[in-house]
Design a protein around this ligand. Sequence first.
Ligand code: FAD
Length: 434
Amino acid sequence: MSKLVIIGGGASGLAAAIAAACTIQAKQRADKHLEVVLCEAADRVGKSILATGNGRCNFSNSNPDPCYYWNGEFVGRVFEALESTSSLCQSECVDHMAAAPFGHVAVADNVPLRFFDSLNLAWREEAQGKLYPLANKSSVVLDVLRARIQTLGICELCEQRVVSIRRNDDGYTLSLSSGETMDAAVVVLACGGRGIEQIKLPAGCATKLGKPVLGPLRVSETSLVKSLDNVRVRSAARLLDESGNLTSTEIGEVLFRPYGVSGIAIFNLSRLIAYKDQVIELDFIPALKDEDALEFVMRRATQCQALGYGVSAETILRGLVLPPVARAIVKAAHISSHLPFQQRDGEALAKTLKHFVLHVQGIGDERQCQVMRGGLDVASFNVQTLEANKLPGLFACGEALDVDGPCGGFNLHWAWASGLLAGSQAALKACDLS
Ligand SMILES: Cc1cc2nc3c(=O)[nH]c(=O)nc-3n(C[C@H](O)[C@H](O)[C@H](O)COP(=O)(O)OP(=O)(O)OC[C@H]3O[C@@H](n4cnc5c(N)ncnc54)[C@H](O)[C@@H]3O)c2cc1C
């Protein structure tokens, strides 16, 4: 029996498998002995999905603009290709036209959302367009995918790690960690950013060295951040280059760790860290302009006097930030608590509240990074089909390709979208070959 093998049963692999089986079914080729096989290294498929969104699975975003992605031009063209081919390949799973189900998200021009609507997944929209299953559990997303995998008769091969892929006369031979081999007419690489580094690929598949991103950052001010371990603040976080020019700003929660800073705002900035000694500035009063910060501080000083507290940097910060954060700000501003508070202390306090400087040393804890930058070079793949230019019958999707996006559902959206395109195109190819 001829096989279409998908390597990796994570987000993109499950979408690819469903799209492939639907496409084969729509072409009424199921009887021609073309089998869709999902080959997964772990003991079950979809484990990576369960861990997403703190167990809630931020599975997509209502505005998946390609400009948010690394290799965004490629991503935009893949999204366009998916839109234009989804009505051509006549697979029920991507051709379903649905009315907006929940959260007022228009699904008409969004194939991954139409796909999930067709699987009966209900969802809702949270801040910044983040989409979560209505049941608020990632297991629900996996449930709808697995249910469809079963009704389509897709073969799940778990605890089967693909070690290497080589070309043969009819397609590809996959070597498995069990020592066995498996022949495939067509292969889809859906093994994620870490997985792709561990497979020996056939010549003609260019890869870029992977580096973990979308994670916490290590900074040189260790004694300062250690004193704030586990404290969360809402602030603006600005990334500056070595000349002090602004690279990017994120507003949101920042979590202090003993080695540095974490939280969604920091995760997003971590995608832009290019070298050591970039600077992160936390702004604890982002609603105020720099020129208004001193007046703000001195007004609070006057208020402290009126309240009978005595004027000090600590009393001025009381009610504005948590006590450990106040102590860290006073320390960073080099204000002595033993001397009377003066105008120049007010200036230092105002400046530090707006510009709490941390020097970035790199990623803080690689295990916490949500994606890998790098992997298969997108230039080696046909943007209409996700087939390798020099390796006919070898397709790729998801994080195995050198694509990543910020937090907010963008990475899973890419996984579904690229999986649907690669899966349906791989099936068309396999049907032509069989
Ligand atoms: C903690 C965490 C939380 C996240 N939360 C979100 C979120 O809320 N929203 C969002 O959009 N993104 C989130 N992401 C990112 C998102 O999970 C990934 O971008 C997405 O899962 C990538 O899909 P993929 O199919 O390419 O890879 P994966 O989902 O990682 O799947 C790859 C699969 O391939 C298998 N595999 C690997 N190598 C082999 C091999 N040699 N042979 C066989 N099988 C193999 C793996 O076991 C795995 O099952 C999160 C990531 C992490 C780590």
